[in-house]
Design a protein around this ligand. Structure first.
Ligand code: ADP
Ligand code: MG
Length: 218
């Protein structure tokens, strides 16, 4: 159990905790109570907890807080990229992100495989602050130069275990290389950390990460 009774105790901006309160979300889950304070201090992070435990907000809240409170490191958008393994998951993440940005000046875009490429390129040309994407289509946009990631401050891998099981290692390595800002923060979430490929990808992507494993054997 966490000791934090509310999101403001975790260091979250009251504007964000107010938005959550309007959605009936007032008490952080265990993964949120541990991951949010770690992520908002700028550390890299690898974290696991079971499905349904609230991992999405565990990274969306620190992402929004960074946009709201920290000056951009460069003039190049996007500042944050969130990768998810499937269209369905990316859509769910995007919906939750939209609920947090509504009423702010921040622009967000969804980039999915199987949908019109040129429409996505047009949306990307408007310099969104946050992009939510599936890895294959994201790499297509890098190839076509409709997206650049050299100003990226925050890279998030959701369901990293599933992304690797689906064979996206090559795409993740490519994204890691082009998203080369030296001050980049990287957050990796997985249902389990007992996964060889997740651990080897973590070594490539993360710098001195904090490790949070909830409900693991050790
Ligand atoms: P996971 O990614 O760990 O499987 P999700 O982020 O999809 O979990 O969250 C599962 C559900 O729990 C979602 O419907 C979400 O809105 C809800 N939820 C997340 N955090 C909280 C919270 N602190 N209090 C109440 N409900 C929450
Ligand atoms: Mg999830």
């Amino acid at each position: 159990m966490s000791n934090a009774e509310n999101f403001t105790d975790l260091g979250l901006d009251p504007r964000l905790s107010n938005i959550l309160a309007h959605q009936g979300i007032t008490e952080p889950t265990e993964i949120q109570a541990l991951a949010v304070p770690t992520a908002i201090t700028g550390h890299d992070l690898i974290a696991s907890s079971k499905t349904g435990s609230g991992k999405t907000l565990a990274y969306l809240l620190p992402t929004m807080q960074r946009l709201m409170r920290q000056k951009a490191l460069s003039k190049k958008d996007p500042r944050a990229l969130i990768l998810a393994p499937t269209r369905e998951l990316a859509k769910q993440v995007y919906a939750q992100l939209r609920s947090l940005v509504s009423g702010t000046q921040f622009k967000v875009t969804l980039v999915l495989g199987g949908e019109n490429f040129n429409d996505q390129a047009k949306a990307l040309a408007k310099d969104p602050h946050v992009v939510v994407a599936t890895p294959g289509r994201l790499v297509n946009h890098l190839d076509e130069r409709s997206l650049f990631l050299d100003g990226l401050e925050l890279l998030i891998l959701d369901e990293a275990d599933r992304m690797l099981d689906l064979g996206f290692a090559e795409q993740l390595n490519r994204i890691n290389k082009v998203a080369s800002h030296r001050l980049r923060q990287t957050l990796m979430f997985s249902a389990t950390l007992e996964h060889a490929e997740v651990n080897s990808m973590a070594k490539t992507l993360l710098k001195a990460p904090k490790r949070i494993a909830i409900g693991a054997a050790n």
